[in-house]
Structures are given as C-alpha cells and as structure tokens.
Design a protein around this ligand. Structure first.
Ligand SMILES: Nc1ncnc2c1ncn2[C@@H]1O[C@H](COP(=O)(O)OP(=O)(O)OP(=O)(O)O)[C@@H](O)[C@H]1O
Length: 699
C-alpha cells in the first residue's frame, strides 16, 4: 500500500491540539498496517459528491478524509472534527490529472451538484476564444470546469473560480490572462512530469502537494520536528531550481513572497549533501541573517558544511584570515563621520572648488565602486549615476586630492568599507584562494558592485558556483546600482529564472502592492528590465487593504489602537501584529498609548528586540524587510513621508532630477516591501496630504 500526505492534510494536522495530533499519528500507523481493520472504518459517505473520497475514523470525534487512487494508493487529504471533515469532504472532488501528472482537488459549490461534462460554445467576448480545449486541458483545467473557464471574459470573472479550480490550473489561467504564452506554460508543466520509466506519483508536479510517507514513523518525525509546509512541499518551479546542477551561476528573482528564500534554503540543503561542501549562505543585513539562522536550523543541515553570515562579517573574517589590512579601522559613511573628517583635513591645505561631501561621493561611488587603481583608469571611467559633469582638468585635480586622502588614511590606519571589499577581492583573485565551494546570496538587490565582485571571488568559477536570489522591486537603498556583468557574474539567458507564485499575501494585498510598482521600470541589474508580469497569489480571498486619513498625530494613534483591538477580537495574537512607520520618531506617541492601554510591545531595531517577546512589534519600514506577520499596520503614510511625485515641497530640496527619480523609486519600493510583509491584513493611516501611491484605497 502506498500512502501520501497532502499539504491540505498537513496544514489541518498542524492546527489540531497536540493530543489529537498524537492520535492522528497513531491512526496513520494503523491505516498503513491494515486499512480494512474495523477500527479504521474506511468508508464512502453518501453526502460526498465524489466516490474517490472516503472517511476514516481517527477517534470518536475526529475523522480523516482519504482520497483513493486505484486499488492500493491512498492520500491523506484532510482531518478535523466529524462535522468539519464531512463539510470539507462534501465540497471536494479528488482526481488524478493525466495532463499535469498531479492529483487535483476541485471545490464544488452547493449549486454545482451536477457538473456538465460538455464545454459550452465560446462566446465572442470570451478571453480564451482562440485557445483550444486541448490546450486548456493541458494546463490542468479539469474537464468538468472547461465550460466555466471558457465563459471567462475578464480577470473579474476568474475571481469566483479561484476557490473551485485546482491551484495549479488557477495559476496557469491567471498567467495566461497576464500575457504569458500558453505553449511556455505547457512546456513548464511538461518539465515537471515524470520522465519515462519514472514513478508518475513522484513527478515534480505531484510532489508540490503530495509527499509519500515511506515508513510508519515518517509522519511522526515531520510533526515532532514541527516542520513548516515549505519544508515539505515545493512548487515545481522551486524544486526544479534547487535540485539541479548548473554549469555556473543561477539568478532567481521574483516578487515579494514568491519563496525565493525558501528556494535558497533548499538549495543549501541540496549542495550540502556533498560531503566536501563548504557553502556560504549570505545576505546584506544582519537582521536577515538572524532570521535565516532559525530557518536553516529547521533544514537539518550538517553544520560542518556551511557558513551563514551577513556579507560584512564574511568580509571581516576573510580579511582577518588572510591578514589583509591587519589592524585597520573600517570607515563607513552612513555610520561614521570619520571619513568626512579625513576629507576635511585634506582640504585644509588645498584650494579647490570641491567640498568633502562631493569628494567622498566621487571617491566611493566612482573610484572605489569601479576599482580605479590609477589616474589613467579614473580618467577613462564612466561616472554612472553622478550628475555633475567633470572636465579632464577637474578629474586630474580630484585624483591628486584622492592620493592625499589615501595617504592620510594609510597613515592613520583607516580603510573605507567598500575599499576593503576591493582589496580582499584582489587578494583572493591574485592568490587564487577560494574559501567556499558554493555561494548562496539572498536579497541580491541590496548588494553593491564591490560586494558582488567579492562574492564572485569567494568561489571558483564553474559548476554551481553562485546561487543568487532577490527582487529588484524591493531595492530600498537608493543609489546602490549594481550590474552583474561588471561584477564578473554571468546571469544571462537561462541563468536567470523568475518565481511567480506568491505564497505569503492574499490576492487583495498583492493587487495593491502590484499597483504601487505597476508601470515602473525596474533594472534587472544586468542591462535589461525586470518583468512585473505573472505574479499570482496562492491565497485567494481576504480583506482589501485599508487606508484611512486622519487630522493629526493623536487621531493617528487612536486609529492604530482601534485596529490592534480589532485584530485581537478576530483572534490574531499580538505577536502576529506589526506596526511600522517611516521612522521610529513617528511612533513615540503610539508607545505612550500602548503603555497606557497595557498593550505589550517590542521594538525591532537591527538585530535587537527590546520589550515583551509576545507583544506587538514596532519598527521602521526599512526594518520590515524579510519579515512577515499576519497583520501589518503602517503609520505615517502620507505624501511627505512616502512621496509619489516630485514637488519642491518636502524632502526634495537640493536633489537633481536623477536623484529625485531614484529617491521616489526607493520610496515606492519601500511601501511595496512594507505592504507585502502581511499575510492577511494591511491597514494604513496618515494625516496631511494623502500618499498618491495608495490614495485610491481611501473610502
Ligand atoms: N513551497 C512552499 N510551500 C508553502 N509555503 C511556502 C513555499 N515557499 C514559500 N512559502 C512561504 O511563503 C512565504 C514567503 O516565502 P519567502 O520568504 O521564501 O519568499 P521571498 O520571495 O524570499 O519573499 P520576500 O522577497 O518578500 O522576502 C513564507 O511564509 C514561506 O514559508
């Protein structure tokens, strides 16, 4: 007998009390031993519309719903109280789809008792009037729903079908309506089918929702380890990416919540199955690294085969190991005024039109960024992103000042952060030292070119060298332009893939998030543009995000307090709620209010969490990156803090056209990031001029 566990069953088990979970494990063992035994009561139920579905007895109160395929293959589909399980089973059909080689669950509504097998005539306005039935079947549309699919005219007609259609068919239809070519979709399905002589039940397409329980204790192990759904079930597009060998680098992009980090984690598991592996998993910020720590531990990976660190720590350890700039202090403009001080010192004895800010930026953004080692290379350098044009004479003058600055730094034993990246990269390349066998980097959009070059140098060029995951639409640090080719990383053509299924947010949240970035062009970081097409949300239904404008800060706080109360009343615990604002300063009054109300909270700042661990989280929009919550409340959402257009008011003073464009784009991305952290609810509030990016949400 073969027994499969479905994602729907696993999610249902996880929501049951521990005592019942143990009973489900015991039931599963008994079922495997002898499913015909009296205690199991495996039987069809008269109210079920599908003969392939059976009920089985877990205990007096609980029932499992089992899908039967052929004589000897059973699928655990759902478990719940007697009433809950029957209600579930009454609305489902379970079938093997030969086209996609996967089991499908179709939801039938009350009125769908009799489903027509024949597809009606296609009307003139039908969206799929030029698509043949064969092709619709090939993308997973069940025969019985062909008629309904054929009747679709606009995306709004797809909405009522999202519950009814199997998930894979829904995604494919959405992508088709979003402009994807049907033959490409069919090719994707084809590649997820089992190869000749392989077990069809173990095709990538089927493993997305069904894993085989190969021994009696497997379910127990899965539950005991408190495995998350993403650990067990991978989308075929994720699975294909992570369990493959590549000639070189692979870049994986995708909108927020499309499972890029999950893919990166599974990739690490795959690569560390090699006993000689020494894999680096890195990301830009320390906060993200902290979040990843917990996830990596869940993956049960051999500790000796990987290093998990944020990029700065990798640099520091590498420089220390190879004695690069031993004893030097690292300067960083954002956190340290020291480099500006050094520039001022250089300027004390010079007469020049350039000030320390201009020189600092020119040095870091051009000379260090592009690794100009001498005057000649600087003279020839294209100054991408810099707006002030420079004559040859001015460049010569700057280079002389740079030489003085570099000498002064050397004397004081200082090094700029990005410079240390360059020096360490040069050392690794010159000595052909490659500390890692493979490098995985998450959130690639945050890296700068010197950091990417460093990543390139950490691993020998070749098979499975780099695996980069990220989303150009989430680039929230303006001015940090990257280009893979310039960094020596080849991600052209087949070496770039996109993930499209949003596992995190509901469809209404995703729609608002997409509307924020729609119509914008995003650099794919390799000379092209990133597509914003084909981004399907797996979680259909749910509340539309709300945006409320109030008159002042006090009313804003009152509104937030009301939303917290509403969340609590609908069963969301405080730790699943996050309140974020463009800056922490905007949340002072809220903190006082939370104290008065006795609402527990914690402040997330960098890697630290101060306050009640089970309280509401408070943080800035920036700190929301990489996190996720059931409910996200955003404060301070107005045109001043999150501008949609360039006006001379507010923060634009002194910016040139390019800087304004970059600034606006980074604010857009920031709001996109903030909204997409929510799994279920998004509330926004502000006072003053409404933010143009979401103004249409105001009722
Ligand atoms: N195959 C899967 N099955 C179930 N859940 C998944 C799967 N892949 C991802 N998820 C869930 O979707 C959510 C988003 O995943 P993940 O963080 O990997 O996305 P991401 O693309 O890195 O997101 P972002 O760019 O917004 O940070 C997480 O809750 C994750 O557990």
């Amino acid at each position: 007998m073969r027994l499969f566990l479905s994602d729907t069953f696993y999610e249902a088990v996880l929501s049951l009390p521990k005592k019942i979970q143990s009973k489900v494990i015991a039931f599963q063992k008994k079922f495997r031993e002898n499913n015909a035994s009296n205690g199991i009561h495996l039987e069809p139920i008269a109210q079920f519309k599908d003969n392939a579905l059976r009920s089985a007895r877990v205990d007096d109160n609980y029932r499992a719903i089992i899908g039967v395929l052929g004589n000897n293959t059973y699928h655990l589909l759902y478990v719940g109280t007697h009433e809950d399980a029957y209600n579930w089973g009454m609305r489902k059909r379970f079938a093997w789809n030969e086209h996609t080689q996967s089991c499908q669950l179709i939801t039938v509504t009350e009125s769908e008792e009799v489903v027509s097998k024949a597809a009606p005539e296609t009307t003139e306005n039908a969206f799929f009037k030029d698509v043949t039935n064969d092709k619709l079947l090939a993308i997973g549309v069940p025969q019985e729903l062909l008629g309904k699919v054929r009747a679709i005219q606009t995306l709004d007609d797809l909405d009522p079908l999202d519950d009814m259609l199997p998930n894979d068919a829904y995604e494919n239809i959405f992508n088709l309506m979003d402009g994807e070519n049907i033959d490409d979709i069919i090719a994707g399905i084809e590649s997820g089918r089992a190869k000749a002589n392989e077990d069809e039940l173990l095709s990538d397409n089927n493993k997305r929702r069904f894993v085989e329980l190969t021994d009696d204790d497997e379910l127990q192990r899965i539950i005991d380890k408190d495995m998350d759904v993403w650990q067990l079930f991978l989308h075929p597009s994720q699975r294909k990416l992570v369990n493959a060998d590549y000639k070189g680098t692979m870049k994986v992009s995708g909108g927020a919540g499309t499972g890029k980090t999950v893919a990166a984690l599974h990739r690490m598991k795959y690569l560390t199955s090699n006993p000689n592996a020494n894999v680096l998993f890195t990301t830009y910020t320390r906060t993200l690294k902290e979040n990843l720590d917990g996830l990596v531990q869940k993956m049960d990976i051999n500790r000796g085969r990987y290093v998990l660190n944020n990029i700065d720590q990798v640099l520091i350890e590498c420089a220390r190991q190879y004695h690069i700039k031993d004893g030097f202090k690292i300067l960083d403009y954002t956190g340290d005024e020291e480099s500006l001080k050094l520039w001022r010192e250089v300027l004390e004895t010079e007469v020049t039109e350039f000030d320390e800010h201009f020189l600092y930026d020119e040095y870091i953004d051009v000379i260090v960024y592009f690794g100009n080692a001498d005057a000649h290379s600087y003279m020839m350098q294209q100054r991408v992103g810099r707006t002030k044009a420079l004559s040859r004479k001015q460049r010569m003058e700057i280079w002389k000042l740079v030489e003085k600055y570099v000498a002064l730094k050397q004397e004081r034993r200082y090094i700029d952060r990005l410079e240390l990246f360059n020096e360490t990269t040069n050392y690794l390349n010159e000595h052909n030292v490659r500390p890692f066998t493979n490098v995985i980097a998450d959130e690639f959009q945050d890296f700068s070119n010197p950091e990417l070059k460093f990543l390139r140098a950490l691993v020998a060029e070749g098979r499975n060298d780099l695996f980069l995951t990220g989303d150009p639409m989430q680039r929230i640090y303006s001015g940090r332009k990257i280009n893979f080719s310039t960094a020596g990383i080849n991600v052209r053509g087949v070496r770039s893939r996109r993930l499209k299924i949003n596992y995190r947010t509901t469809e209404p949240i995703k729609r608002v998030a997409v509307s924020i970035i729609k119509g914008q062009t995003y650099d794919d970081m390799d000379g092209g543009t990133e597509s914003t097409k084909g981004y399907v949300s797996l979680i259909h239904g749910g509340e539309k995000p709300q945006y409320v404008m109030v008159s002042n800060a006090t009313e804003e706080v009152t509104q937030v307090a009301e939303w917290i109360e509403a969340c609590k009343n609908s069963g969301i615990s405080l730790k699943d709620i996050c309140i974020a604002a463009p800056s922490m300063g905007l949340m002072k009054e809220l903190q006082t209010r939370l104290h008065t109300d006795g609402t527990a909270y914690k402040v997330l700042k960098g890697t630290s969490k101060q306050g009640a661990s089970d309280g509401v989280s408070l943080c800035t929009f920036h700190s929301l990156k990489g996190l996720e919550f059931k409910a996200v409340i955003l404060m301070g959402v107005n045109e001043r803090n999150v501008p949609s257009k360039a006006t001379e008011a507010y923060p634009f003073n002194g910016m040139d056209a390019l800087e304004k464009k970059e600034y606006l784009s980074s604010k857009r991305s920031l709001l996109y990031v903030a909204i997409t952290r929510a799994r279920g609810l998004v509330y926004m509030v502000g006072y003053g001029e409404p933010c143009g990016l979401v103004a249409d949400l105001i009722l």
